[in-house]
Design a protein around this ligand. Structure first.
Ligand code: SF4
Length: 334
């Protein structure tokens, strides 16, 4: 177990780190001493979905190793520019599920709020890599309309901050949204899907903890971690601070070719998550988004891996293997 001494964080440090993230594929290749032959492909992928890698994440990547599992998640490749049958821009058909600007309503009892159109890292496999964020960035007046939708439907118990990465929004805006949600009696829970405490652990600063600690809503944070190497001492510390503020932390991963498509990698991930007191929640198979086909692991192979994983882990460290099927009333277990 890592040292989880709770260090007080000053605010705004994370914004500086975000503004200094590596956004040029040439710089990324140079910084990591990667073979120059990767550069043309990196530029091609970058033209379709820009590069973004914060320093704190870059520091966990082994230099001169093109197969590093963290690098594979963030380095654009020539494969992204190839059209592959069945891999499309909106694989989950979210365009059909937007009752108001900034909202996605897929499942009974919970609604997604697109709280930020940007991320702190651009993951090459992202199913929203083609999402029209510009059409879903509500003004304050439009947020009030979206909140009316939640107010008018008393079956909604849970608001989910999504994005982009919702924690890329500033705390003033997030605290305002939470305040509005607290005024809706039937909303009981706030769930936040984020990668920010992983890629920039300093995001878990005093300003974030202030509104998280103060809300009447039960708070759940779902981190997106795909490989054990993503969890260093700073991530463990950030999670400890969140837990101390009363936040339940879960993790969901995507099974990705060349990143975590082995029993050993998945086992190490669950073990490492639990060392940080994070419970594995979902293991998704890849959504068939255009530009990410090279990450695909078939459903049969994923099932086989999970069957073997079950022989090595206690039940509470087993993520549920699921696929998201557009129009289905929940995630579909595989
Ligand atoms: S942080 Fe999440 S939303 Fe942003 S690029 Fe990565 S997977 Fe996509």
């Amino acid at each position: 177990m890592q040292d989880t001494t709770l260090i007080v964080k000053d605010s705004a440090g994370w914004k500086r780190q975000l503004s200094r993230a590596v956004r040029d594929p040439l710089e990324l290749c140079r910084r990591l001493a990667l073979d120059e032959s990767l550069l043309p492909g990196a530029k091609g992928g970058h033209a379709l979905f820009e590069t973004c890698v914060p320093e704190a994440f870059l520091a966990r990547i082994t230099p001169a190793d093109a197969s590093d599992p963290l690098l594979r998640q963030v380095l654009p490749l020539s494969e992204e520019t190839r059209a592959v049958s069945g891999f499309i821009d909106d694989p989950l058909e979210e365009a059909e599920q937007r009752p108001a600007r900034g909202l996605i309503h897929k499942y009974h009892g919970r609604v997604l709020l697109i709280a930020s159109p940007t991320c702190a890292v651009n993951c090459r496999y992202c199913f929203r890599r083609h999402f029209p964020y510009a059409d879903n960035a509500p003004s304050r007046a439009q947020w009030l309309e979206a909140l009316d939708y939640l107010r008018d439907d008393d079956s909604i118990r849970e608001a989910i901050f999504s994005g982009g990465d919702p924690l890329a929004a500033n705390d003033k805006q997030l605290a305002w949204l939470v305040d509005e949600l607290e005024g809706i009696a039937h909303i009981k829970r706030l769930r936040i899907h984020t990668r920010l405490p992983v890629v920039i652990p300093d995001r878990v600063d005093d300003a974030l903890l202030a509104w998280l600690s103060a809300t009447r809503l039960q708070t759940v944070m779902v981190l997106h971690i795909n490989h054990a190497n993503e969890i260093d001492a700073a991530v463990v510390n950030a999670c400890a601070r969140l837990q101390k503020a009363g936040v339940t932390i879960l993790n969901q991963s995507v099974i990705l070719r060349g990143v975590n498509d082995s029993v050993a990698a998945l086992e190490a991930l669950s073990e490492r998550l639990f060392e940080a007191r994070i419970l594995p929640y979902y293991l998704h198979v890849l959504d068939p988004v255009a530009g990410a086909a090279h990450f695909d692991v078939s459903d049969d192979e994923a099932r086989e891996l999970v069957d073997k994983l079950r022989e090595r882990l206690p039940g509470f460290l087993m993520p549920r293997l699921v696929r998201e099927i557009p129009g289905a009333p929940s995630k579909t277990p595989l």
